[in-house]
Write a protein that binds this ligand. Structure first.
Ligand SMILES: Cc1cc2nc3c(=O)[nH]c(=O)nc-3n(C[C@H](O)[C@H](O)[C@H](O)COP(=O)(O)OP(=O)(O)OC[C@H]3O[C@@H](n4cnc5c(N)ncnc54)[C@H](O)[C@@H]3O)c2cc1C
Length: 496
């Protein structure tokens, strides 16, 4: 009888689970060590008093990526997970009371754009056509491609097509080509925040982010984002992946220039000549590998990370009034707010807020007659601003938030708040191993994309691989699922 080759994965985030599914399906014997009690990583769950809060992600895009994950393993995504469409998708609010709402219903969206900028219909249709080209090209030829040099990465893409990607213009500049309206550009440009960059600095190719959501829809899995995690974990389990929870890995064992296994916090040694770390890649390199190998580090000299976040979880009596499922509260001085966050590394005077009320779409996440509010506020990284008193900041931001929503006639009455939890950058760092508390991992600047991004293998340590948000192709739930597939491809190439 032949033994299957054993592979250790550290961390059961979605990148780790995806790598496990791909490899186990290809005949390997995968064991995952996860430090927390639940799988999912940042996409975790916080349960209290009958409320089920998603800890991190709340927006689900690009269902085709998840459908492909299941069909790769010979299964049907929709046998495991139900998706509830969220449409209209996101509403944006400004201090001057301007409101703008996105929708995948193109007629609705045309009306919204025409309301803010009469005559925008033709440029909107051009935006759709151009970005459909960019989106398809990116997903077919660039995003899922393991390539070690720019030449290899871009080979297969015609020069004329490359020039259409907007690589040499900023994301904001690219949006402004189509939408000559401040509010539309600011709303669509704010998607850059997920990639850790200001829309004034990120490359114009990222106009595909708002396009992708408009064209492919926005969803909430039944049971919240954790419903998706549970479906994926179930698939991994059925294939035979062994997920060992409450088992932090203390270090990766290396001998010579080869990986030999891992040492658990319990002191137990587990051997394998292939180890994949799904722990945020910069954390893996700085904390799980012996310092002497850091010289051969795979990190760029000037690694840029996405900002951190403070997240609030409120379980509230009442059904949440007329709050939309997703809303974003943008500042009056948009550019200076991004400069505060990404250049001056300070908490902006006018904080932007993202608010999700998932019970607007799936009431079963809260007890009957109750609702959930999730509030996310981007803040600098732990190493950036010097001394921030997080507990004071948490209170200050909460007051700003209440004041801001009152502007639009929204209100969350203090006496109706039954459960309140807050995660600060320190919690994000300590609970999930996020480097400097960075919520979304390595930033997506021009030089941290494709082959410029942290590689998904260690070039100097044989048998050591990475998967997840800080490595290729990037951050976000669909991207880390692709990352798991790309790392699995690397491992299989290595074994051959
Ligand atoms: C607040 C927030 C909001 C977000 N919103 C969205 C959104 O709306 N939509 C979207 O698509 N994306 C969103 N994202 C991004 C998305 O959550 C991430 O890109 C993705 O979940 C990262 O997955 P990963 O594979 O990198 O693993 P991670 O989620 O980072 O998981 C890594 C795992 O490793 C484990 N671990 C760490 N150290 C050890 C150790 N020493 N031993 C064993 N295990 C260890 C951790 O516990 C964790 O389970 C959000 C992220 C955050 C933080």
């Amino acid at each position: 009888m032949t033994h299957k080759r054993k592979i250790i994965i550290i961390g059961a985030g979605l990148g780790g689970l995806s790598a496990a599914i791909h490899l186990q399906h290809n005949g390997y014997d995968v064991i995952i060590f996860e430090s927390n009690a639940d799988a999912g990583g940042r996409a975790n769950i916080l349960r209290e008093n009958g409320f089920s809060f998603d800890t991190g992600p709340t927006l689900l895009n690009y269902p085709f990526v998840f459908e492909n994950l299941f069909s790769y393993a010979g299964k049907q995504f929709y046998d495991y997970i139900s998706l509830l469409p969220v449409d209209p998708s996101v509403s944006f609010f400004w201090p001057d009371k301007t409101v703008f709402t996105l929708s995948s219903d193109i007629q609705f969206f045309i009306r919204e754009c025409e309301r803010l900028k009469p005559g925008s219909e033709s440029s909107l249709l051009k935006f759709y056509a151009d970005n459909s080209f960019k989106f398809n090209l990116s997903f077919e030829k660039l995003v899922p491609k393991n390539a070690d040099s720019y030449l290899k990465w871009l080979s297969g893409v015609k020069l004329s097509s490359l020039l259409k990607l907007g690589l040499f213009r900023s994301m904001y500049g690219e949006l402004n080509k189509y939408f000559k309206n401040r509010y539309i550009c600011e709303a669509l440009g704010s998607y850059g925040m997920y990639l850790g960059g200001s829309p004034f600095a990120l490359p114009g190719i990222f106009s595909i982010l708002p396009y992708g959501e408009l064209a492919h829809g926005l969803y909430l899995p039944k049971g919240g984002i954790y419903g998706l995690v549970q479906g994926i974990e179930k698939l991994a389990f059925e294939l035979g992946v062994n997920i060992v929870k409450n088992s932090p890995v203390r270090k990766i064992i290396i001998s010579g220039n080869s990986v030999k296994g891992v040492e658990l916090a319990s002191g137990e040694l587990v051997q394998s000549d292939i180890v994949i770390s799904n722990v945020d890649a910069p954390t893996t390199i700085n904390e799980l590998i012996d310092k002497k190998y850091s010289q051969n580090s795979v990190l760029p000299k000037k690694l840029l990370m996405t900002p951190s976040v403070i997240t609030y979880y409120l379980g509230v009596k009442g059904i949440g009034g007329n709050f939309p499922h997703h809303s974003i509260y943008l500042p009056e001085n948009y550019k200076s707010t991004f400069e505060d966050l990404f250049q001056r590394y300070q908490i902006p005077e006018e904080i932007p807020f993202y608010v999700s009320v998932p019970t607007a779409t799936d009431p079963s996440l809260a007890p009957p007659g109750h609702s959930i509010f999730f509030i996310l506020v981007p803040v600098p990284l732990l190493n950036q601003p010097g001394d921030i008193n997080w507990s004071e900041t948490v209170d200050k931001i909460e007051k700003q938030f209440q004041k801001r929503i009152n502007l639009y006639g929204f209100n969350i009455n203090q006496k109706d708040i039954i459960v309140k939890k807050v995660l600060t950058p320190l919690d994000w760092q300590n609970k999930f191993g996020l480097y400097k508390g960075s919520a979304f991992g390595a930033a997506h600047t021009f030089f941290q994309m494709g082959p410029g991004r942290i590689k998904n293998y260690h070039p100097k340590i044989k048998g050591l691989f990475f998967t997840g948000a800080s490595t290729t192709p990037g951050t976000g739930l669909p991207m880390v699922v692709l990352s798991g597939k790309m790392t699995s491809d690397r491992v299989q190439q290595y074994v051959c």
